[in-house]
Ligand binder design. Sequence first.
Ligand code: ISE
Length: 322
Amino acid sequence: MTLRVGVIGVGRIGAAHARDLATGVAGATVSAVYDVDATRAAFLAQELGARALATPADLVASADVDAVVVASPDALHPEHVRLCLAQDTPVLCEKPLAPVVADALAIVETEAALGRRLVTLGFMRRFDAGYRALKARLDSGEAGTPLLVHCIHRNVSAGPGQTSAMTLTNSVVHEIDASRWLLGEDVVSVRVVTGRSTPLAEAGLQDPLQALLRTTSGVVVDVEAFVNAHYGYDVRCEVVGSEGALDLGDGAGVAPGWLERFADAYHAELQAWVDAVVSGVPAGASAWDGYVATAVAQACERALGTDGEVPVALAPRPDLYG
Ligand code: ISE
């Protein structure tokens, strides 16, 4: 069976996903695309032999769309995922599931009521070779008991209108998910530390900032998020345990940008998603993982500008998410 995928939002990551689905990922083709920029959608549709449709709703309802990738702007993710749930259509949603936790929770509740895992979150670090090797070594017990996780997340430059809240819900959200996944634990409280900002940051943007996450067992995860690092795209992760320290290994160098740094991970994530939709066995991060990541990121938003430690309150986890 060839999975016919529709892609909503074909800017940078959406176009990259669409091209890979059309030409690289086994068992998939791209049948339809939508973008608010109709010209951009039309060009990509022509390149891929797909149709450019007039609205996201048309795309999701289209008879030749079996599954959907949502790569629209963050604030539109909930609306586009809801369209998919209403049509019982599997969807790979780029992170975050929603910038606002209530919207993310509403999606979890809708999916739980349907009783079927339709939503997968695009947390691609889970498919990166360095992160996977780190997790395998951690799970083997090689480093003993995990005590600290040090994360660095540096972007080359932020887009116009970037806010500190966006740094948290759009960038730090990756480290929130990756540390939960690596440690197999939830975050119970957060702090955010800020200091001098780079002169390259827009007025009002705290850049860099540091988020400190405390997990259930007391592991402290520190995340440096610096969205105008200028020199390159630099993502690092080190877990310090009672018997050793583990990091991402040689693969983790400075890259021109996130598309280059995580190209293999994005590809592996798409392949795993297509295989999961076809087999019916879910793979990758769930809507619950997306909800939790946003809940932690929004706790960080509340902690921003205070000296305090802010608790993370989570809704009860529906049985669907085991
Ligand atoms: C971007 O949306 C991504 O997901 C990148 O992986 C991340 O590094 C960047 O900070 C985000 O803006």
